[in-house]
Every structure is written in structure tokens, then in C-alpha cells.
Write a protein that binds this ligand. Structure first.
Ligand SMILES: [Zn+2]
Length: 282
């Protein structure tokens, strides 16, 4: 068995700490192979005031931090190219400034996962330009951070979503042509699109970060790996050979697991991390 350098994390949420301390919660996960953590930078989510102290506490415990740029309302890149986007530049700057605080060494530079612009009223060409404009602004404003364009799940009826095809994700990284821009390969989203083939070697070479999550029997994604609906076994071994600056992150959502008992959350997280580590080490 080879020792992999690929970091393994999951999406942190204050909800996971119900009735326990961070240290107690993390101990069995670190034993299972946890070395990273991802935080959603959405100042409008519940419990947001608890996020910053948690980020610092996780970094202090030696975990690598990555961040997910917000994608739910009121955050939208729609109109960014014409400076008509809804969140103010000041608000977007404040969010990315939080991530920048964790650039403490060359080895800890956070990867920021970004969704392309989406809209029910704008054209694909305009949304593509909005996405490029946002990325150019972010790259210029935050010269230390790394960014990863994510392949997105299927668009809702009547909606256009930039980067919902592999080709468009690659085209964005090629148009931006910046070594600080790569791809966040979301395995769950590929499965939602019923893609079973591997991305091209050109595409895989740009992967900075990975999202992995399962799909429940009703077709809802972002669950721990308990349903076996995504071909992780076929895809994850392709991660280990290339060094990625981010992590393989089990992307779960606080709100979706609100109905789960804390024991079930703990168990499914430990088992998922353990399984990812085994697959990467194979
Ligand atoms: Zn994702």
C-alpha cells in the first residue's frame, strides 16, 4: 500500500458538533484519515456567526482548509460583467478575505471552489462572460488564493448554468489561462448527469480539488457515502497519481442532515473518510 499525499476532508458545519467538542468529534475522523476541512462562505446561512471561530480552530489543529464560494440566493454572479450582480463587491471581498487569512505557508494555500453563473433570464454567452469577469476580478484581488471551477449538476427547468458540462469547465480554465485556476471535479454531479466515462487526461491534469458525495433514493445529492450511487471506485484511483493542491472533500450539507441523529452523522462521516482513504491508498 502506498502512502498518498492527497488530503481528505469534508464540509464542516456547527451542527456536527452538537453535544461534543471539536477535539472529541475530530479524534476518530483523524484516525480514519481526515486531514482537511471545507467551509461554505455563505454569510446568509444559519449559524454563520459560529463559522469563523471553527475555521481557526480547525486550522490550529493542523487541518488544511478549502472554501466553497457561495452559490445560493442572494449570491449570484449573474450580471457581474456589467457590475450588476446582487452581492456588493464589498461583501464578496469580505468573504474571500476570510479565506486569505489561512494562506500561512506554501502548503496551506486554500482552494476556493467556484460555481459558474446561473440564471433564468440571461443568455449563456452573458453568463459565461459574467463567470470570466468574476474570476478575473478574484484572481487580481486575491493574488495568493487558488481557484477551482466546479462541474455542476443538471440545471433546473428554464435555467442556464455555466459549467454544467465538462467541456465548458475546461474551456473556462483555458480562457482564464492562469496557473492559479484549476478544476473541482465533483464526482456526484457527474453521476447525476449519468456520465460513466472518465474525463480526458487534459481535464484530469487540471484537477485542483475533488468533491465526492452520494445520491439518495429520491435523487438528492450531497450525502455521505451510504447509498453507493456514484462510481467512486472507478474514479478515485485517478486522483492519486497527480498532485492536487486542495483535497478530496466529502461535500455534505448542514441543512440536509438536520433530520439525522448525531450518531448517524458521526458514523457515516467516519466510514466515508475511511473508505476514501482506502480507495486513494490502493
Ligand atoms: Zn461540489
Amino acid at each position: 500500500m502506498s502512502i498518498t499525499k492527497t488530503r481528505i476532508g469534508f464540509t464542516m458545519h456547527p451542527l456536527w458538533l452538537t453535544g461534543t467538542s471539536l477535539k472529541e468529534f475530530l479524534a476518530p475522523l483523524q484516525d480514519a484519515g481526515l486531514t482537511a476541512m471545507e467551509f461554505l462562505l455563505d454569510a446568509h446561512q444559519r449559524e454563520w456567526d459560529q463559522f469563523k471561530p471553527l475555521m481557526t480552530a480547525c486550522a490550529d489543529m493542523g487541518l488544511y482548509l478549502s472554501f466553497h464560494f457561495p452559490y445560493s440566493q442572494p449570491y449570484s454572479l449573474d450580471g457581474f460583467n456589467e457590475k450588476k450582480q446582487v452581492p456588493s463587491i464589498g461583501e464578496l471581498t469580505a468573504l474571500l478575505s476570510l479565506a486569505q487569512e489561512y494562506c500561512v505557508s506554501a502548503d496551506t494555500i486554500p482552494v476556493i471552489v467556484v460555481h459558474g453563473a446561473k440564471s433564468k433570464t440571461s443568455s449563456r454567452a452573458r453568463l459565461y462572460a459574467d463567470t470570466l469577469a468574476f474570476m478575473r476580478w478574484a484572481l487580481d484581488k486575491f493574488p495568493q488564493l487558488l481557484f477551482a471551477m466546479e462541474n455542476l449538476g443538471p440545471a433546473a427547468a428554464g435555467e442556464i448554468k455555466i459549467a454544467d458540462t465538462r467541456q465548458e469547465v475546461l474551456a473556462l480554465t483555458q480562457d482564464l489561462a492562469d496557473p492559479r485556476v484549476g478544476i473541482c471535479w465533483d464526482l456526484g454531479h457527474d453521476a447525476l448527469h449519468h456520465r460513466s466515462d472518465l474525463p480526458s487526461s487534459q481535464w484530469l491534469a487540471k484537477v485542483f480539488h475533488v468533491h465526492i458525495h452520494d445520491i439518495n433514493p429520491t435523487g438528492l445529492d450531497h450525502f455521505p457515502l451510504v447509498y453507493d450511487q456514484v462510481p467512486y471506485k472507478a474514479w478515485l484511483p485517478y486522483i492519486q497519481s497527480s498532485h492536487i493542491p486542495g483535497s478530496v472533500c466529502l461535500e455534505i450539507k448542514g441543512n440536509q442532515l438536520r433530520g439525522w441523529k448525531i450518531d448517524r452523522i458521526n458514523r457515516s462521516l467516519i466510514e466515508s473518510i475511511h473508505w476514501i482513504k482506502e480507495l486513494l491508498d490502493e
